[in-house]
Design a protein around this ligand. Structure first.
Ligand code: LMR
Length: 399
Protein backbone atom coordinates (compact mmCIF):
# COMPACT_ATOMS: atom_id res chain seq x y z
CA UNK A 1 0.00 0.00 0.00
CA UNK A 2 2.74 2.42 0.92
CA UNK A 3 5.28 1.31 -1.66
CA UNK A 4 5.31 4.75 -3.24
CA UNK A 5 5.92 6.66 0.00
CA UNK A 6 9.18 8.50 -0.39
CA UNK A 7 11.71 9.07 2.37
CA UNK A 8 11.32 12.56 3.81
CA UNK A 9 14.22 14.61 5.13
CA UNK A 10 14.79 14.79 8.90
CA UNK A 11 13.34 17.86 10.64
CA UNK A 12 15.75 20.80 10.53
CA UNK A 13 15.68 21.17 14.33
CA UNK A 14 14.26 18.01 15.93
CA UNK A 15 16.25 15.84 13.48
CA UNK A 16 19.40 17.14 15.19
CA UNK A 17 18.27 15.66 18.51
CA UNK A 18 17.61 12.33 16.79
CA UNK A 19 21.13 12.32 15.33
CA UNK A 20 22.64 13.41 18.66
CA UNK A 21 21.02 10.48 20.47
CA UNK A 22 22.72 7.95 18.19
CA UNK A 23 26.21 9.42 18.82
CA UNK A 24 28.10 7.26 21.36
CA UNK A 25 30.86 9.82 22.13
CA UNK A 26 30.68 10.63 25.86
CA UNK A 27 31.51 14.33 25.46
CA UNK A 28 29.03 15.03 22.67
CA UNK A 29 27.27 18.40 22.85
CA UNK A 30 23.70 19.12 21.69
CA UNK A 31 23.12 22.76 20.78
CA UNK A 32 20.28 22.04 18.37
CA UNK A 33 16.84 22.32 19.88
CA UNK A 34 15.97 25.39 21.94
CA UNK A 35 15.42 23.65 25.27
CA UNK A 36 16.94 24.95 28.48
CA UNK A 37 19.54 22.88 30.35
CA UNK A 38 21.08 23.55 33.75
CA UNK A 39 24.83 23.89 34.20
CA UNK A 40 25.10 20.11 34.52
CA UNK A 41 23.54 19.85 31.04
CA UNK A 42 20.36 18.35 32.49
CA UNK A 43 16.75 19.31 31.71
CA UNK A 44 15.54 21.78 34.33
CA UNK A 45 12.17 21.44 36.04
CA UNK A 46 11.51 24.84 37.60
CA UNK A 47 11.02 24.70 41.40
CA UNK A 48 7.83 26.77 40.94
CA UNK A 49 6.54 24.09 38.55
CA UNK A 50 7.36 21.32 41.05
CA UNK A 51 5.53 23.23 43.79
CA UNK A 52 2.49 23.79 41.54
CA UNK A 53 2.43 20.10 40.62
CA UNK A 54 2.53 19.06 44.29
CA UNK A 55 -0.42 21.31 45.02
CA UNK A 56 -2.33 19.87 42.06
CA UNK A 57 -1.72 16.30 43.17
CA UNK A 58 -2.97 17.16 46.66
CA UNK A 59 -6.18 18.56 45.19
CA UNK A 60 -6.94 15.18 43.54
CA UNK A 61 -8.64 16.91 40.61
CA UNK A 62 -10.76 14.96 38.16
CA UNK A 63 -9.73 14.26 34.59
CA UNK A 64 -12.80 15.59 32.80
CA UNK A 65 -12.47 17.19 29.38
CA UNK A 66 -11.66 20.89 29.25
CA UNK A 67 -13.91 22.95 27.01
CA UNK A 68 -12.83 23.35 23.38
CA UNK A 69 -10.94 26.56 24.22
CA UNK A 70 -9.29 25.08 27.28
CA UNK A 71 -8.99 25.74 31.00
CA UNK A 72 -10.58 29.18 31.63
CA UNK A 73 -8.37 30.04 34.64
CA UNK A 74 -5.32 29.40 32.47
CA UNK A 75 -6.39 31.41 29.43
CA UNK A 76 -7.39 34.38 31.59
CA UNK A 77 -3.96 34.47 33.25
CA UNK A 78 -2.10 33.83 29.99
CA UNK A 79 -3.85 36.85 28.51
CA UNK A 80 -2.86 39.15 31.38
CA UNK A 81 0.73 37.87 31.28
CA UNK A 82 1.01 38.83 27.62
CA UNK A 83 -1.14 41.92 27.35
CA UNK A 84 -1.11 43.15 31.03
CA UNK A 85 -4.25 43.36 33.19
CA UNK A 86 -4.79 47.01 32.17
CA UNK A 87 -4.71 46.31 28.44
CA UNK A 88 -7.67 47.92 26.72
CA UNK A 89 -8.18 44.75 24.72
CA UNK A 90 -9.01 43.05 28.04
CA UNK A 91 -10.83 45.86 29.87
CA UNK A 92 -13.00 46.51 26.80
CA UNK A 93 -13.74 42.78 26.50
CA UNK A 94 -12.37 42.53 22.95
CA UNK A 95 -9.84 39.76 23.57
CA UNK A 96 -10.68 36.25 22.43
CA UNK A 97 -8.29 33.57 23.72
CA UNK A 98 -8.06 29.82 23.43
CA UNK A 99 -5.64 27.35 24.96
CA UNK A 100 -3.43 25.66 22.37
CA UNK A 101 -1.02 22.77 21.96
CA UNK A 102 1.92 25.05 22.85
CA UNK A 103 3.23 27.68 20.45
CA UNK A 104 3.12 25.52 17.34
CA UNK A 105 -0.52 24.68 17.97
CA UNK A 106 -1.29 28.36 18.50
CA UNK A 107 0.34 29.24 15.19
CA UNK A 108 -1.65 26.51 13.49
CA UNK A 109 -4.99 27.63 14.94
CA UNK A 110 -4.10 31.16 13.82
CA UNK A 111 -3.13 29.99 10.34
CA UNK A 112 -6.30 27.94 9.93
CA UNK A 113 -8.53 30.74 11.20
CA UNK A 114 -6.90 33.41 9.04
CA UNK A 115 -6.97 31.18 5.94
CA UNK A 116 -10.76 30.95 6.41
CA UNK A 117 -11.62 34.41 7.66
CA UNK A 118 -8.96 37.00 6.93
CA UNK A 119 -10.74 39.12 4.31
CA UNK A 120 -7.72 40.58 2.51
CA UNK A 121 -5.86 37.67 0.95
CA UNK A 122 -3.98 34.62 2.13
CA UNK A 123 -0.39 35.82 2.14
CA UNK A 124 1.64 36.05 5.31
CA UNK A 125 5.08 37.64 5.33
CA UNK A 126 7.64 36.16 7.75
CA UNK A 127 11.07 37.56 8.62
CA UNK A 128 14.13 36.26 6.80
CA UNK A 129 15.33 34.19 8.51
CA UNK A 130 12.65 32.82 10.80
CA UNK A 131 11.95 29.73 12.93
CA UNK A 132 12.34 26.67 10.70
CA UNK A 133 8.76 25.52 11.32
CA UNK A 134 6.87 28.75 10.54
CA UNK A 135 6.69 28.16 6.79
CA UNK A 136 5.38 24.60 7.13
CA UNK A 137 2.77 25.54 9.74
CA UNK A 138 1.35 28.38 7.68
CA UNK A 139 1.50 26.54 4.35
CA UNK A 140 -0.27 23.52 5.83
CA UNK A 141 -2.91 25.95 7.14
CA UNK A 142 -3.60 27.11 3.60
CA UNK A 143 -1.67 30.39 3.63
CA UNK A 144 0.93 31.53 1.16
CA UNK A 145 4.25 32.37 2.83
CA UNK A 146 6.59 35.12 1.67
CA UNK A 147 9.39 36.88 3.50
CA UNK A 148 10.59 40.35 4.43
CA UNK A 149 14.16 41.43 5.14
CA UNK A 150 15.11 41.22 8.81
CA UNK A 151 18.73 40.32 9.43
CA UNK A 152 21.88 41.69 7.87
CA UNK A 153 24.56 39.00 7.70
CA UNK A 154 27.28 41.59 7.07
CA UNK A 155 26.61 43.73 10.11
CA UNK A 156 25.26 40.83 12.20
CA UNK A 157 22.37 43.05 13.24
CA UNK A 158 18.83 44.06 12.37
CA UNK A 159 18.40 45.24 8.78
CA UNK A 160 16.01 47.95 9.90
CA UNK A 161 16.09 49.84 6.59
CA UNK A 162 15.43 46.71 4.56
CA UNK A 163 12.70 45.69 6.98
CA UNK A 164 10.90 49.05 6.84
CA UNK A 165 11.35 49.20 3.08
CA UNK A 166 9.80 45.77 2.60
CA UNK A 167 6.91 46.43 4.97
CA UNK A 168 6.05 49.61 3.15
CA UNK A 169 6.18 48.02 -0.29
CA UNK A 170 4.36 44.69 0.22
CA UNK A 171 0.67 44.66 -0.79
CA UNK A 172 -1.60 46.66 1.50
CA UNK A 173 -3.35 44.68 4.26
CA UNK A 174 -1.01 41.69 4.05
CA UNK A 175 -0.47 39.60 7.18
CA UNK A 176 2.95 39.95 8.82
CA UNK A 177 4.53 37.60 11.33
CA UNK A 178 6.52 39.37 14.06
CA UNK A 179 8.64 37.68 16.73
CA UNK A 180 7.56 39.58 19.86
CA UNK A 181 10.96 39.10 21.53
CA UNK A 182 14.10 36.96 21.42
CA UNK A 183 13.95 36.45 17.66
CA UNK A 184 14.51 32.83 16.67
CA UNK A 185 17.07 32.07 15.17
CA UNK A 186 19.02 35.36 15.14
CA UNK A 187 18.78 36.61 18.74
CA UNK A 188 18.42 40.11 17.27
CA UNK A 189 15.37 42.19 18.28
CA UNK A 190 14.25 45.67 17.27
CA UNK A 191 14.73 48.33 19.98
CA UNK A 192 11.57 50.00 21.37
CA UNK A 193 12.14 52.94 19.00
CA UNK A 194 12.51 50.59 16.05
CA UNK A 195 9.28 48.82 17.08
CA UNK A 196 7.56 52.20 16.95
CA UNK A 197 8.83 52.72 13.42
CA UNK A 198 7.65 49.23 12.46
CA UNK A 199 4.21 49.98 13.92
CA UNK A 200 4.03 53.25 12.00
CA UNK A 201 4.87 51.63 8.67
CA UNK A 202 2.44 48.79 9.33
CA UNK A 203 -0.32 51.26 10.20
CA UNK A 204 0.33 53.19 7.02
CA UNK A 205 0.28 50.09 4.85
CA UNK A 206 -2.66 48.64 6.85
CA UNK A 207 -0.73 45.44 7.55
CA UNK A 208 -2.10 42.84 9.96
CA UNK A 209 0.25 41.77 12.80
CA UNK A 210 0.60 38.13 13.79
CA UNK A 211 2.81 38.08 16.91
CA UNK A 212 4.67 34.95 17.91
CA UNK A 213 5.81 35.16 21.53
CA UNK A 214 7.57 31.92 22.39
CA UNK A 215 10.19 33.41 24.72
CA UNK A 216 8.46 35.94 26.97
CA UNK A 217 10.93 36.58 29.83
CA UNK A 218 13.93 35.11 28.02
CA UNK A 219 15.00 38.22 26.13
CA UNK A 220 15.47 40.63 29.03
CA UNK A 221 14.71 38.43 32.02
CA UNK A 222 11.61 40.59 32.55
CA UNK A 223 8.26 39.34 31.22
CA UNK A 224 6.74 42.84 31.04
CA UNK A 225 9.66 44.33 29.15
CA UNK A 226 9.58 41.44 26.69
CA UNK A 227 5.91 42.16 25.95
CA UNK A 228 6.65 45.75 24.95
CA UNK A 229 6.06 45.36 21.22
CA UNK A 230 2.79 43.47 21.59
CA UNK A 231 1.44 45.95 24.14
CA UNK A 232 2.56 48.93 22.08
CA UNK A 233 0.70 47.64 19.01
CA UNK A 234 -2.47 47.17 21.09
CA UNK A 235 -2.13 50.74 22.41
CA UNK A 236 -1.82 51.91 18.82
CA UNK A 237 -5.24 50.34 18.13
CA UNK A 238 -4.09 47.50 15.94
CA UNK A 239 -6.31 44.48 15.69
CA UNK A 240 -3.91 41.55 15.86
CA UNK A 241 -3.34 37.94 16.79
CA UNK A 242 -0.85 36.31 19.15
CA UNK A 243 0.64 32.85 19.58
CA UNK A 244 2.00 32.22 23.09
CA UNK A 245 4.11 29.37 24.37
CA UNK A 246 4.92 28.31 27.94
CA UNK A 247 7.43 25.70 26.78
CA UNK A 248 10.52 27.81 27.40
CA UNK A 249 9.58 30.28 30.12
CA UNK A 250 7.98 27.63 32.36
CA UNK A 251 10.04 24.75 31.03
CA UNK A 252 6.78 22.96 30.19
CA UNK A 253 8.07 21.63 26.84
CA UNK A 254 6.40 18.23 26.80
CA UNK A 255 3.24 19.45 28.52
CA UNK A 256 2.39 21.49 25.40
CA UNK A 257 1.01 24.60 27.08
CA UNK A 258 0.17 27.62 24.96
CA UNK A 259 -2.51 30.04 23.90
CA UNK A 260 -3.78 31.75 20.79
CA UNK A 261 -5.52 35.09 21.13
CA UNK A 262 -7.10 37.72 18.92
CA UNK A 263 -7.65 41.38 19.66
CA UNK A 264 -10.95 42.09 17.95
CA UNK A 265 -12.88 45.33 17.36
CA UNK A 266 -15.76 44.77 19.80
CA UNK A 267 -17.19 42.34 22.41
CA UNK A 268 -19.77 41.31 19.86
CA UNK A 269 -17.15 40.55 17.20
CA UNK A 270 -15.16 38.64 19.83
CA UNK A 271 -18.14 36.31 20.36
CA UNK A 272 -18.42 35.49 16.67
CA UNK A 273 -14.66 34.93 16.41
CA UNK A 274 -14.83 32.65 19.46
CA UNK A 275 -17.47 30.50 17.76
CA UNK A 276 -15.26 30.10 14.67
CA UNK A 277 -12.13 29.30 16.66
CA UNK A 278 -14.08 26.46 18.25
CA UNK A 279 -14.99 25.23 14.77
CA UNK A 280 -11.27 25.22 13.87
CA UNK A 281 -10.17 23.42 17.05
CA UNK A 282 -12.85 20.72 17.44
CA UNK A 283 -11.90 18.62 14.37
CA UNK A 284 -8.17 19.15 14.99
CA UNK A 285 -7.86 17.79 18.54
CA UNK A 286 -11.25 18.31 20.18
CA UNK A 287 -9.98 20.04 23.30
CA UNK A 288 -6.56 20.61 24.87
CA UNK A 289 -4.80 18.64 27.65
CA UNK A 290 -5.45 20.00 31.15
CA UNK A 291 -2.45 19.13 33.31
CA UNK A 292 0.09 21.64 31.98
CA UNK A 293 -2.49 24.41 31.84
CA UNK A 294 -3.34 23.74 35.48
CA UNK A 295 0.34 23.96 36.43
CA UNK A 296 0.66 27.30 34.62
CA UNK A 297 -2.49 28.74 36.18
CA UNK A 298 -1.52 27.50 39.66
CA UNK A 299 1.71 29.49 39.27
CA UNK A 300 0.32 32.63 37.66
CA UNK A 301 -2.70 32.70 39.96
CA UNK A 302 -0.67 32.75 43.18
CA UNK A 303 1.17 36.00 43.84
CA UNK A 304 4.05 34.40 45.71
CA UNK A 305 4.54 31.50 43.34
CA UNK A 306 4.27 33.85 40.39
CA UNK A 307 7.05 36.06 41.79
CA UNK A 308 9.17 32.96 42.40
CA UNK A 309 8.61 31.80 38.83
CA UNK A 310 9.57 35.18 37.35
CA UNK A 311 12.77 35.00 39.40
CA UNK A 312 13.48 31.55 37.97
CA UNK A 313 12.95 32.81 34.41
CA UNK A 314 15.48 35.53 35.13
CA UNK A 315 17.84 32.90 36.52
CA UNK A 316 17.65 30.93 33.26
CA UNK A 317 18.16 34.07 31.18
CA UNK A 318 21.15 35.05 33.34
CA UNK A 319 22.81 31.64 33.03
CA UNK A 320 22.57 31.91 29.26
CA UNK A 321 24.10 35.41 29.36
CA UNK A 322 26.97 34.08 31.47
CA UNK A 323 27.55 31.27 28.93
CA UNK A 324 27.63 33.80 26.10
CA UNK A 325 30.49 35.65 27.82
CA UNK A 326 32.35 32.43 28.57
CA UNK A 327 32.09 31.14 25.01
CA UNK A 328 33.27 34.44 23.57
CA UNK A 329 36.15 34.68 26.08
CA UNK A 330 37.27 31.16 25.27
CA UNK A 331 37.26 31.80 21.53
CA UNK A 332 39.21 35.01 22.00
CA UNK A 333 41.70 33.27 24.32
CA UNK A 334 42.36 30.68 21.62
CA UNK A 335 43.40 33.57 19.38
CA UNK A 336 40.52 33.32 16.91
CA UNK A 337 40.99 35.85 14.15
CA UNK A 338 37.23 36.38 13.85
CA UNK A 339 35.08 38.79 15.77
CA UNK A 340 32.76 37.00 18.18
CA UNK A 341 31.14 40.09 19.70
CA UNK A 342 27.74 39.01 18.37
CA UNK A 343 27.75 36.06 20.79
CA UNK A 344 27.30 38.54 23.64
CA UNK A 345 25.27 41.18 21.80
CA UNK A 346 22.54 38.76 20.69
CA UNK A 347 19.80 37.93 23.19
CA UNK A 348 17.45 35.11 24.14
CA UNK A 349 18.22 31.45 23.79
CA UNK A 350 20.10 31.48 20.51
CA UNK A 351 23.36 32.66 19.03
CA UNK A 352 23.27 33.05 15.27
CA UNK A 353 26.92 32.22 14.88
CA UNK A 354 27.58 32.89 11.21
CA UNK A 355 29.01 29.36 10.83
CA UNK A 356 28.47 27.93 7.34
CA UNK A 357 26.57 24.66 6.76
CA UNK A 358 29.92 23.01 5.95
CA UNK A 359 31.43 24.19 9.23
CA UNK A 360 28.33 22.94 11.06
CA UNK A 361 28.83 19.55 9.40
CA UNK A 362 32.49 19.54 10.48
CA UNK A 363 31.44 20.30 14.04
CA UNK A 364 29.03 17.40 13.96
CA UNK A 365 31.11 14.77 12.24
CA UNK A 366 34.58 15.66 13.60
CA UNK A 367 33.73 17.03 17.04
CA UNK A 368 30.31 15.58 18.00
CA UNK A 369 28.93 19.11 18.43
CA UNK A 370 25.38 19.32 17.08
CA UNK A 371 23.62 22.47 15.87
CA UNK A 372 21.21 23.41 13.10
CA UNK A 373 22.74 23.89 9.65
CA UNK A 374 21.91 27.60 9.62
CA UNK A 375 24.63 28.01 12.27
CA UNK A 376 22.21 28.61 15.12
CA UNK A 377 23.63 27.66 18.52
CA UNK A 378 21.18 26.96 21.31
CA UNK A 379 23.10 28.68 24.12
CA UNK A 380 20.97 26.81 26.64
CA UNK A 381 23.05 23.69 25.92
CA UNK A 382 26.34 25.40 26.84
CA UNK A 383 27.70 24.71 30.33
CA UNK A 384 30.81 25.60 32.34
CA UNK A 385 31.94 22.02 31.69
CA UNK A 386 31.55 21.88 27.91
CA UNK A 387 32.32 25.48 26.94
CA UNK A 388 36.08 24.94 26.59
CA UNK A 389 35.67 21.95 24.29
CA UNK A 390 32.98 23.82 22.38
CA UNK A 391 35.21 26.85 21.83
CA UNK A 392 38.10 24.59 20.73
CA UNK A 393 35.81 22.81 18.29
CA UNK A 394 34.45 26.05 16.82
CA UNK A 395 38.01 27.39 16.62
CA UNK A 396 39.15 24.24 14.81
CA UNK A 397 36.47 24.50 12.11
CA UNK A 398 36.74 28.26 11.57
CA UNK A 399 40.51 28.83 11.44
C1 LMR B 1 13.51 25.60 18.55
O1 LMR B 1 13.47 26.49 17.71
O2 LMR B 1 14.51 24.89 18.73
C2 LMR B 1 12.33 25.35 19.43
O3 LMR B 1 11.32 26.24 19.12
C3 LMR B 1 11.88 23.95 19.45
C4 LMR B 1 11.19 23.52 18.20
O4 LMR B 1 10.11 22.93 18.31
O5 LMR B 1 11.70 23.74 17.11
Amino acid sequence: VFAKVTQGPPDAILGITEAFKTDSFAEKINLGVGAYRDDAGKPYVLPSVKEAELRLVQQMLDKEYAGITGVPAFTKLAATLAYSPESKAITEDRLMITQSISGTGALRIGGEFLARWYPHGKTIYVPSPTWANHGAVFRDSGLEVKSYRYYDQKTISLDIDGLLDDLSSIPKKSMVLLHACAHNPTGVDPTPDQWKMIAEVMKKNELFPFFDMAYQGFASGDADKDAFALRYFVEQDFELVLAQSFAKNMGLYGERVGAFSLVTASPEEKKRVDSQIKIVVRPLYSNPPVHGARIASEIMGDEKLNAQWLGEVKGMADRIIAMRSLLRENLEKLGSSRSWTHITSQIGMFCYSGLTPEQVDDLRFKHSVYLTRDGRISMAGVTTKNVTRLAESIYAVTE
